[in-house]
Design a protein around this ligand. Structure first.
Ligand SMILES: C[S@@+](CC[C@H](N)C(=O)[O-])C[C@H]1O[C@@H](n2cnc3c(N)ncnc32)[C@H](O)[C@@H]1O
Length: 437
């Protein structure tokens, strides 16, 4: 019975506790031990994320949206903020291991003693997360940062929880008091797809949870609160997010919209940085340019539905109907493919031609970043996950031909080179390519 109960209540991240305990031991060691600083640097710069990837499968991390912000991205976000002083109160409603709070704490001053600093930071740094392991980790890492900056072995009488009473396990969407106290909201929410709230006026059907978090946080924030957020690129540039952008502009003054590129090596998603200030709600907000140019250029996502192919060859069982099958090695480039040398059984999503297939990885020395092929014919095609599929919203072959023509240009190369550093194309980067029909 107990075993059953334990299993039922077992946290999805319980295997991560061993790493958090290691951080807690590091916090108690003397800073004079030869490699203490090096180990603290690692603990504050990316190790928490690497360790999570080691112990938690990607499906679990996706389900709970557990992807922690890297040091560079975190400091860039905080660098966009304004008005930080000793009275600033930061709240990260989905704080994970505290990476955004750590980036903010690097900007806070130190008091005379370590305990004084921790008491002061405890008033200024607040956060919530659903998972106990992350909350304990976030508090411990903040103590590590304070100790490292103080260069001291001063005794600490209080526990981490005593120093950071407002970093706690809770649902970030239900914290009225914390939203109310905050002068700055820090946000890198989960990006998974969820059903839109039933009373939602700005979306229907399934939406990214990130969109719901931003609106919920702004609705709860008091006037004048600054929000600094890392969000999926589709919210900035997708035509389907227009209503979300409108709702955000009603609640806040949009001050900075900055494309960033891919989140990190483990989360293949393009993000942008956003700075907003909550103001009195306005039915007629001044229009804000979420995109770079004065007249919004149209993009691929306005004319095509963009997806990654659904077949994962070594994982998916060959079950279901037999379909023509394409993968990068059998698809000729810059032409129309009508005959399919390979087929396979596939139960999942297949795509009805015509559509454009783009290789996710460009070959070294290949002159174009987005190498395309038009897939024609009249049978639905199973597509391997190393290809990106662009289905024309108007269903026309001519739209595919125009997309293939525009992809084979230096302008698209330059756009993709500026936008993503790695060779791997993402759905977000293809969706955002400027495109006119
Ligand atoms: C993308 S991670 C970001 C963590 C942290 N803000 C950072 O930037 O590193 C999102 C976090 O949100 C947490 N989370 C998801 N839903 C939540 C909710 N309703 N309330 C509080 N935390 C939540 C997850 O456990 C995860 O740690």
């Amino acid at each position: 019975m107990t075993a059953v109960l334990n299993q039922a209540t077992r946290s999805p991240f319980s295997d991560y506790s061993a790493y958090v305990s290691k951080l807690q031991r590091l916090k108690l060691e003397s800073h004079r031990v030869a490699d203490w600083n090096t180990r603290v640097d690692a603990a504050l710069n990316g190790q928490a994320s690497v360790e999570l990837r080691r112990v938690a499968p990607v499906e679990t991390r996706r389900k709970f949206g557990a992807f922690f912000t890297g040091t560079d991205l975190g400091s860039r976000l905080i660098g966009c903020g304004t008005g930080f002083d000793a009275k600033s109160v930061f709240y990260d409603p989905t704080c994970g291991m505290g990476d955004l709070l750590i980036a903010a704490a690097r900007k806070l001053s130190l008091c005379k003693t370590l305990p004084d600093t921790l008491r002061q930071w405890g008033k200024q740094l607040t956060g919530t997360d659903l998972h106990r392991e992350f909350i304990e980790g976030a508090r411990t890492r903040l103590v590590l940062l304070a100790r490292q900056r103080h260069k001291t072995d001063e005794e600490l009488q209080n526990t981490d929880a005593g120093f950071f009473p407002n970093i706690r396990v809770a649902d970030g969407l239900k914290q009225k008091a914390l939203f109310n106290r905050a002068t700055h909201l820090l946000l890198n929410p989960p990006f998974g797809q969820v059903a839109s709230p039933t009373d939602c006026k700005w979306a229907g059907g399934r939406i990214t949870e990130a969109a719901a978090f931003v609106v919920a946080a702004l609705e709860r924030a008091k006037q004048g609160t600054e929000m600094l957020a890392i969000l999926p690129e589709v919210l900035r540039s997708g035509s389907f997010s227009e209503q979300w952008r409108k709702r955000v502009s009603q609640l806040a003054e949009v001050q900075l919209v900055q494309p960033y590129g891919i989140f990190d090596d483990s989360a293949d998603v393009d993000v942008f940085l956003l700075r907003l200030t909550r103001r009195a709600e306005s039915q007629n907000p001044a229009p804000h340019l979420w995109t770079d140019s004065a007249h919004r250029t149209s993009i691929v996502a306005d004319f095509f539905d963009v997806h990654v192919g659904r077949v994962v060859p070594h994982r998916d069982k060959k079950k279901g109907e037999e379909h023509p099958y394409i993968h990068p090695r059998c698809v000729p480039t810059w032409t129309t493919m009508r005959d399919f040398p390979e087929s396979r059984r596939h139960e999942g999503k297949v795509y009805a031609p015509p559509f454009v297939a783009i290789r996710r990885t460009s070959r070294p020395g290949h002159p174009y970043r987005a190498t395309a092929t038009i897939i024609a014919g009249n049978r639905p095609v199973a597509v391997e996950n190393h290809l990106i599929v662009c289905e024309p919203k108007n269903g026309k072959f001519s739209a595919c031909r125009e997309l293939m023509r525009q992809l084979k240009t230096e302008a698209v190369n330059e756009f993709l080179n500026a936008r993503i550093r790695c060779r791997h194309l993402t759905v977000g980067s293809v969706a955002a390519i400027p495109f006119k029909l």
